[in-house]
Design a protein around this ligand. Structure first.
Ligand code: AMP
Ligand code: MG
Length: 287
């Protein structure tokens, strides 16, 4: 089976989002493995992978506790409204321990945050050694919404791609494994999901009347996304585009991308820094 990362990775400069089918399912195992019910297959598979991620995460946490590693992992999720960021986090991280996790959502910058460089709040939110971080939106908003809504001048946002690449390279050199995923949904799917939110009083809190104005700028956002992904998909921090209309595929793909990243990192439980036999003998001998 081909490596999913090769199928979904953005080759700098060559991505056209219109050429990626949001209903696509690249890299799945053959039908005979999946069977007749892809949703059920995905549920089981994602739970299994998430459990594996939990084991990796514990090893990472344990090795950092002993103080002998700077390793840490960051999943960056970007998507249009209703793209499935929350659902992905819920499914993929279900097997991880909250103790070793740091999930952060980014909204419009606060007054305090606005006093600083756009990467200031991002640096502060990065996972420290041993932690797995999840960014629900990220510094990429500063070349997406900031560009589409002209929150800063073109002279400012055009520099940000290089600033982001430098920042990510510096973090990668300092032990950060970065997995950046854009959940790619279709315009029709977004409409369907927005309507579902309106139809369900328990989802109204997720709906924002401003979402319609954002939706009206769909094409501008797609262009801003394509530019960001083309300019900031680097060897140390590649971008992946995951088709997002089918939630079961999306969950499986993101879980699988993380599994590959962790397998390469291969964190290990640290060796005890005390004499295990001596401790056991002392414990047994004690009342
Ligand atoms: P939600 O993820 O639905 O809670 O919405 C968060 C909102 O915050 C979105 O409309 C984003 O566009 C907005 N947002 C996130 N980061 C920034 C930023 N750096 N500048 C301006 N708006 C932002
Ligand atoms: Mg929203």
């Amino acid at each position: 089976m081909p490596d999913l990362r090769d199928l979904l990775r953005v080759r700098p400069g060559s991505l056209r989002l219109a050429g990626v089918d949001p209903r696509g399912t690249p890299g799945l195992p053959p039908k005979r493995v999946i069977g007749k019910d892809p949703k059920a297959w995905s549920r089981t598979e994602v739970a299994t992978i998430s459990g594996e991620l939990g084991v990796h995460q514990e090893k990472l946490f344990a090795s950092a506790k002993q103080g002998d590693t700077r390793q840490r992992v960051l999943l960056v999720l970007q998507a249009m409204d209703c793209g499935g960021k929350d659902g992905t986090v819920r499914n993929v991280t279900a097997g991880m321990s909250p103790t070793g996790m740091k999930a952060v959502s980014f909204g419009p910058p606060s007054e305090q945050e606005k006093q600083h460089d756009f990467l200031w709040r991002i640096r502060a939110a990065l996972p420290t050694a041993g932690y797995v971080g999840v960014f629900n939106r990220s510094h990429y908003e500063d070349v997406l919404v900031a560009r589409v809504h002209e929150l800063v001048g073109e002279d400012v946002w055009t520099h940000r791609y290089d600033e982001i690449n430098e920042f990510e390279a510096e973090q990668a050199a300092d032990g950060l494994t970065i997995v950046k995923v854009m959940l790619h949904i279709s315009r029709e799917e977004q409409k369907k999901r927005l309507l579902q939110r309106l139809d369900d009083p328990t989802k109204h809190w997720k709906y924002n009347p401003g979402d319609l104005a954002e939706r009206a700028r769909w094409d501008d956002y797609q262009q801003a996304y394509a530019d960001a992904l083309n300019r900031c998909s680097t060897a140390v921090a590649p971008w992946y585009v995951v088709p997002g209309d089918r939630k079961w595929y999306r969950n499986w793909a993101v879980a699988t991308l993380l599994r590959k990243a962790f397998a390469e990192l291969d964190p290990q439980y640290p060796k005890a820094d005390f004499d295990v036999d001596e401790q056991r003998a002392a414990l047994v001998a004690a009342p």
